[in-house]
Design a protein around this ligand. Structure first.
Ligand SMILES: Cc1cc2nc3c(=O)[nH]c(=O)nc-3n(C[C@H](O)[C@H](O)[C@H](O)COP(=O)(O)OP(=O)(O)OC[C@H]3O[C@@H](n4cnc5c(N)ncnc54)[C@H](O)[C@@H]3O)c2cc1C
Length: 286
């Protein structure tokens, strides 16, 4: 709990909200659904800036881009026919994998999922595969690719910022998607989870994209496994090679739920299962 909280701000403009964050980046934090921030132990945090009046809600599909406001509750993403059609259900599946609690899905927001992304980040993993980009306010508006945002967040070069919206290009009709997760309890957190999108052509795989979460401390793409799949037919051999490449590449970690070795192994197993599903009969023996 934020035991040292002194100030609660509810500005109605991005510039005002950002001014508070920039004035004291250590002590001031953006508050969206609060399901992570208010539950965290951060003694340095004395001020919160509520996003409620910043107009960051809404979902809109225009020509080639679906735009989702950062303050959109996860449950609204799950219930949105536009999001379902645009992402062919993979983002909805990720919302269900994020938490089985309807209460929490009604509280937590897309922006909070992205900015607060930690071990359990299925929504971010799906957005990585969907090639999402973010609109970010840092005194002026700019766009950043989600993968670059996560790296900048990781190396601390991001500084105070407000994610205002998330854009997803239309999912290529030729792409098939699959979310595969391993949990101890269906309603519990995942031990490993991957999201795959690819075009399974007879001539060979096209546009393979693979993201992993829950087996790693932060969601990431599995580039080596993607490169290995690119242009190869989804035969049993290719699938085995890709699963092995994923296990070798994943930066897994250990905790009381599972060892790093186990999560590494399971990442490969989940990828094999997803590829067998996407390949259909051609993968016999994988
Ligand atoms: C019982 C319980 C179980 C949970 N289980 C999980 C779990 O399994 N996995 C998991 O990942 N999380 C879990 N959470 C945490 C939480 O639900 C999610 O991380 C959620 O997505 C956070 O969204 P929020 O809108 O509530 O964010 P908040 O808690 O409001 O904010 C989270 C972080 O993101 C920042 N932030 C929020 N919005 C923006 C924005 N627009 N721009 C920039 N920064 C922003 C905040 O400053 C803060 O640092 C759980 C929480 C609870 C209470």
């Amino acid at each position: 709990m934020l035991t040292h909280l002194q100030h609660y701000h509810r500005p109605n403009s991005l510039s005002r909200a950002f001014a508070v964050l920039r004035q004291d980046p250590q002590a001031a934090r953006l508050l969206a659904g609060g399901s992570k921030l208010l539950a965290s132990e951060l003694p340095e945090v004395t001020q919160v800036v509520d996003v409620a009046n910043l107009g960051l809600g809404g979902i809109a599909a225009r020509s080639r881009t679906l735009t989702m406001g950062a303050a959109t509750p996860v449950q609204d993403l799950l219930e949105s026919a536009e999001v379902s059609a645009w992402t062919r259900g993979i983002l909805g599946e990720a919302c269900l994998a994020a938490t089985s609690s309807l209460l929490l899905r009604n509280r937590s927001t897309l922006g909070g999922e992205i900015a607060g992304a930690g071990v359990q980040a299925p929504i971010v993993a799906a957005l990585l595969v969907l090639k999402a980009s973010l609109s970010v306010y840092t005194g002026s508006k700019s766009k950043i690719d989600l993968a670059d945002y996560l790296s900048a967040r990781a190396d601390g070069s991001l500084g105070p910022h407000i994610v205002t919206a998330v854009a997803v290009p239309k999912l290529d009709r030729r792409l098939d998607t699959r979310l595969q997760r391993l949990t101890q309890l269906a309603s519990g957190p995942s031990l490993a989870l991957i999201v795959v999108a690819l075009e399974s052509r007879r001539a060979g795989c096209g546009q393979p994209r693979i993201a992993v979460t829950a087996a790693t401390l932060s969601p990431s793409r599995l580039r080596a496994a993607e490169e290995l799949l690119d242009g190869r037919r989804l035969t049993a051999e290719t699938i085995r090679d890709a699963a092995q490449a994923a296990s070798q590449e994943v930066q897994s970690f250990g905790d009381q739920h599972a060892s790093a070795e186990y999560r590494r192994e399971m990442t490969g197993v989940l990828l094999r299962r997803a590829l067998v599903h996407l390949a259909g009969p051609e993968s016999a023996g994988a």
